[in-house]
Design a protein around this ligand. Structure first.
Ligand SMILES: Cc1cc2nc3c(=O)[nH]c(=O)nc-3n(C[C@H](O)[C@H](O)[C@H](O)COP(=O)(O)O)c2cc1C
Length: 223
């Protein structure tokens, strides 16, 4: 009897389904003239489906030394811009203050959809950042009050004590907003949309506009 050949890791990867079975169709000819309306519609659909963390996206920035950096953040709002919030002192905050350009990439596995939005990033007026912070869950506010994002944690035992202290601060001063908490808006001038299809690579639509108030140009791309 011969041993069954060992499964390579490549086989393990090949066994992962590359797309869901049900994918809504999308054609460039039927796509909305404004990609932000399409993003809103897709998020409403994911919300109806109760897709966990469907409002999270990968945010890519460029560090002051030109290194790409990407991490996940939560979409806070959507109008003619993509809103997110983070401390201005974080790596992404510093990257944005040095090079105020970023790309947001959403991907929803259950519908085979991807949308990337690139453009200039602006810090919101202080009042907007304050309102964002005070709307956060007390535990999330406590985390920001502790600060130290990205710094080494020398003593894990310290974590609980610092959280308790920060939570007590939040309860005592519910209007306190750390100076560094900042709402940012990414105003896209370039949007790339992919909708996978069951039997092909799917559809890819490219949107671009020369400025915030200009109309979008739509192009149908090979995926
Ligand atoms: C699902 C998810 C959502 C997140 N949302 C945020 C967010 O809205 N704002 C934020 O500052 N960090 C958020 N984070 C943490 C960031 O991904 C990142 O680890 C942190 O902000 C430090 O990033 P930086 O050092 O590149 O600035 C989130 C992480 C995950 C996994």
């Amino acid at each position: 009897m011969t041993d069954a050949p060992a499964r390579s890791f490549r086989d393990v990867l090949r066994d992962i389904p590359t797309r869901p079975t049900e994918m809504p169709p999308l054609r460039a000819a039927d796509a909305p003239a404004d990609p932000l309306r399409l993003l809103r519609r897709w998020l409403e659909e994911e919300s109806e489906r109760q897709t966990p963390v469907a409002h999270a996206f990968a945010l890519a920035t460029v560090s002051p030394t030109g290194i790409p950096q990407v991490r996940t953040v939560i979409l806070k709002d959507l109008d003619d811009a993509v809103w997110f919030a983070t401390p201005s002192t974080s790596a992404k905050g510093q990257a944005i203050s040095n090079t105020p350009i970023a790309e947001a990439s959403f991907y929803w596995a259950s519908t085979g959809r991807q949308m990337r939005l690139r453009g200039f990033v602006e810090a919101a007026p202080r009042e907007v950042s304050k309102a964002d912070f005070t709307a956060r869950h007390p535990k999330a506010r406590a985390g920001v009050i502790i600060g130290r994002q990205g710094l080494e944690r020398d003593d894990p035992a310290e974590v609980e004590r610092l959280y308790d202290e920060a939570l007590a601060t939040v309860e005592k001063n519910p209007d306190q907003v750390p100076e560094e908490w900042t709402a940012y808006c990414l105003i896209p001038d370039h949007v790339d949309v992919v909708q996978l299809r069951p039997a092909s690579d799917g559809e890819r639509i490219d949107y671009s506009r020369p400025g915030k108030s200009a109309a979008w140009t739509v192009r149908d791309l090979w995926p």
